[in-house]
Design a protein around this ligand. Structure first.
Ligand code: EPZ
Length: 423
């Protein structure tokens, strides 16, 4: 298994290009199941989750050609509607094929995604919405068996909780349903917006894009003339690199970003005393005279993203005072706290509230990644810890960050990737 060996203490400097968004790419790859033609997706990030999703498209009978950061996908020959456990267990976002497969074929089996390190991650809201659209759903032997022999029909869907992939699944199902679907309490993340825009560009009548109420006129199982896509930049990768600059109190620029996708992250960095300057699609972070403590409540977009919580926890260890983080989306998303404490942080957890003492000197140690964003937080802490920090199990990191150590080394970090046998 791979690990990263980080020598802390270097200032960072320069600029890096942000890659395409993993969490936009996954639903957009799923949406190709709705297409009557081949599609090119540009600015695809070179990360493991994308390769896993493309493997799933292949297993279903689709074809793809991946060339660096561009993939051409054709799903005309899809002839298998079973997303098996072996692939779903490695990537819970596989649930995103459920809506498209059911809408197109009227019959599919998708393995029930299990929980993961950050929580139970149920999909009850996805299933309840599809049933409201006429699906007959039975969970048996760990699989979601879904049938809609006469196709799905438009319905009014009220989500009890805001769910990103739930909204994405239902928007895609609604695109091929018969009649009008209204989704109330929809997610407004930029990744959901891009999916809606791509379907609109394929001729689907969609209103309320980017709002919490989306209305979709379905094509009644008519496949869509989808257009080529350029994936939006990854706002979480961008926020992670801003935190890399912040924790080392460096000046650095991130290029190829959509500034209004980052407003809550920028506001928190400014609150902590960092300067931020903007140009067309770049952001420059300027060092803080003194890093101020912060209080963070995670919430859905446009609020502070839960996917940036771990990174700010690492940063808060260097603030001049006590910070508080209230994780409101997931029930177990503080696994990185105990690993940060191994580096010398002083973080205490009480339910979903983390209290982070500031002015803590961090010292290099062996730490273990537990999930994607936790692993990035451990790398950030390693950048500022005295001595060597080894982050183990970085397969978590490789799922969602494109060549993270290369990008950080280009900014002046000192990180080596190693391989260790587990026996
Ligand atoms: C998406 O996960 C992202 N993944 C996650 O990013 C992100 O953390 C999350 O949204 C929240 O922003 C992708 O887009 C592939 P949710 P998703 O459904 O859709 C509850 C990363 O690091 N819920 O919005 O699975 C759920 O338990 C990943 O890139 C139900 O109760 O999250 C949670 O408390 C991690 N029933 C809340 O809603 C359901 O049927 C939000 O979950 C669905 C969700």
């Amino acid at each position: 298994m791979h690990f990263l060996d980080i020598k802390g203490g270097n200032l960072l400097k320069g600029g890096i290009k942000i890659s395409g968004a993993k969490n936009a790419s996954l639903p957009l790859i799923a949406s190709t199941l709705l297409s009557k033609n081949s599609i090119v997706l540009d600015n695809i990030p070179d990360v493991v989750d994308i390769k896993t999703f493309l493997k799933l498209i292949k297993i279903l009978g689709g074809d793809f050609h991946l060339d660096n950061n561009s993939v051409t996908i054709n799903t005309m020959n899809v002839n298998n509607t079973k997303a098996t456990y072996d692939i779903v267990k490695t990537m819970r976002a596989s649930i995103l094929v459920l809506g498209p497969l059911l809408a197109r074929f009227g019959d599919c089996e998708v393995s029930l995604p299990g929980g993961c390190a950050i929580g139970q991650r149920p999909v009850d809201l996805h299933l309840k919405a599809l049933e409201a659209m006429g699906a007959e759903i039975e969970i048996k032997n760990g699989y979601i068996h879904s049938k809609a022999p006469n196709g799905l029909r438009g319905a009014v869907i009220v989500f009890d909780k805001i769910t990103v992939t739930g909204t994405e699944n239902i928007v895609m199902a609604a695109a091929l349903a018969k009649g009008t679907t209204k989704i109330i309490n929809a997610a407004k993340e930029p990744e959901v917006v891009q999916l809606c825009e791509v379907l609109r560009d394929a001729g689907v009548a969609i209103s309320g894009i980017g709002t919490d109420e989306i209305i979709v006129e379905g094509s009644d199982r008519e496949l869509l003339p989808m257009q080529n896509i350029s994936i939006i930049p990854d706002r979480i990768e961008a926020g992670t690199y801003l935190c890399a600059g912040a924790i080392t109190n460096s000046e650095l620029t991130i290029n190829n970003v959509v500034i209004n996708h980052l407003e809550s992250i920028i506001a928190k960095l400014q609150e902590m005393g960092f300067g931020i300057t903007f140009s067309k699609n770049s952001i420059t972070l300027l060092p803080a005279k003194k890093i101020k403590p912060v209080t963070i409540f995670t919430s859905e977009f446009p609020g502070f993203p839960t996917d940036m919580q771990a990174q700010f926890m690492a940063l808060a260890t260097q603030a001049d005072g006590v910070s508080i983080i209230d994780e409101r989306l997931f029930e177990n998303r503080f696994m990185h706290a105990s690993e940060l404490n191994r580096l010398g942080a002083k973080i205490s957890i009480n339910g979903n509230i983390a209290t982070i003492e500031g002015n803590t000197k961090l010292y290099g140690a062996d730490v273990m990644a537990t999930d994607l964003r936790a692993s990035s937080a451990l790398v950030l802490a390693g950048l500022v810890a005295t001595g060597q920090t080894k982050v183990h199990r970085i397969y978590h990191l490789d799922r969602g960050y494109e060549r993270l150590e290369d990008k950080l080394n280009r900014l002046g970090a000192d990180i080596k990737r190693g391989n260790e046998s587990i026996f």
